[in-house]
Design a protein around this ligand. Structure first.
Ligand code: CA
Length: 360
């Protein structure tokens, strides 16, 4: 970036600059940049909100305080689902959310969060970082003046909480279940009624019987909401969210105004936050599942193969329809599908074979 452009953007943006600009590291040390990060999560929300905090802290620490990132919870600066527009127009420099929230702007965005029977966390990272996914994601967000990064992953979620057993596909008929997005569309085609509810309303709705069932995330987050007090059976696996990627996006102009080393710090801190959130969920889910089963008497149930097979068939239909809506979605779907087919073949002889072998 040319020096005069940098100076210009300093004048226009929210960069607070010391005695000197660009140049030697000693000069950088005097440059203090203040960024705002808006998020779709309540402030300090376990796993997701704390993941956003972690990313902000990493950027500040790695830059030796040259960028200070202040995190805003949902509604503190803008509403949970307004963060995409807020960062796009430069109200804040960064956002932290999940790409499937922006399907109203671009259908293809959903592939970068989670699709039913899609990629696991490990596979998502493979596709994004080394399988062409990141390039496609960047191409899409570029149209909104944003640079996306993967900044967290929940790992495989749970299938949800039910008060009756699901033994056949028929048991899904008429079932009123809180399940958002493409998974909800799949449930609808299986005869159920998907309901959209924000996190805070799930427990009372399940307890009062306003809904019959719900999914949320996994043992760690579900236990925090007390869902085990309102439902008997805890089903697995989370076919609808097999490895949900959380995202960070950065205002492109703000990013381009940074010196190269700070740009690298923003991207590298995102990678570290992506890894750390998955590790956080893995460690805490392990412990929470143990508590749910052994202290709270939760009954674990596996969805029968026949039910999963039906849901998978419906999911493939729903996801292929997304691909048919516009050329960009088709391009992303083709890349995603090719990667998933190869990942299935490879992970059948690696991850799956090993996990099965470990349990022999
Ligand atoms: Ca979920």
């Amino acid at each position: 970036m040319k020096r005069r452009d940098f100076v210009k953007s300093v004048g226009a943006g929210s960069l607070a600059v010391g005695a000197a600009i660009a140049g030697a590291p000693a000069v950088h040390a005097n440059t203090k940049i203040k960024w705002k990060m808006v998020t779709t999560w309540p402030k300090n929300f376990p796993g997701l909100g704390t993941g956003a905090n972690n990313l902000a802290r990493l950027i500040t620490e790695m830059s030796g305080g040259r960028i200070e990132v202040k995190v805003y919870g949902a509604k503190e600066l803008v509403g949970a689902l307004e963060i995409f527009d807020a960062v796009s127009r430069g109200t804040a420099e960064m956002g932290h959310g999940a790409a499937y929230y922006w399907k109203g702007k671009t259908e293809a965005a959903q592939f970068f969060a989670a699709v039913p029977f899609g990629l696991t966390a490990q596979e998502m990272n493979g596709w994004l970082y080394h399988g062409g996914g990141m390039e496609l994601w960047s191409e899409i967000y570029d149209g909104f003046g944003l640079i996306p990064t993967a900044a967290g992953n929940t790992g495989v979620q749970m299938g949800g909480w039910f008060n009756k057993e699901i033994n056949t596909v028929k048991d899904l008929e008429g079932l009123k279940m809180r399940i958002p997005g493409l998974g909800g569309e799949v449930l609808k085609r299986a005869g159920g009624t998907p309901v959209l509810l924000p996190g805070g309303e799930i427990f009372p709705s399940l307890q009062s019987g306003a809904i019959d069932a719900t999914e949320w995330v996994g043992p760690y987050n579900d236990m925090a909401f007390g869902l085990y007090k309102a439902a008997k059976y805890y089903y697995y696996p989370g076919w609808h969210e097999p490895g949900t990627t959380l995202e960070c996006f950065v205002n492109k102009k703000a990013y381009e105004a940074l010196p190269k080393d700070l740009q690298a710090i923003v991207l590298t801190a995102s990678k570290a936050a992506n890894l750390d959130m998955l590790a956080d969920f893995t460690a805490r889910n392990n412990a929470a599942l143990d508590t749910l089963v052994n202290q709270h008497g939760v009954q674990l149930r596996n969805f029968p193969d026949k039910v999963l097979k039906r849901l998978k068939g419906l999911s493939d239909e729903v996801v292929a329809e997304v691909a048919g809506r516009d050329p960009m979605s088709k391009k992303v779907y083709d890349s995603f599908k090719k990667f998933r087919d190869q990942a299935i073949a490879w992970h059948n002889v690696s991850e799956r074979a090993y996990l099965n072998g470990r349990s022999v």
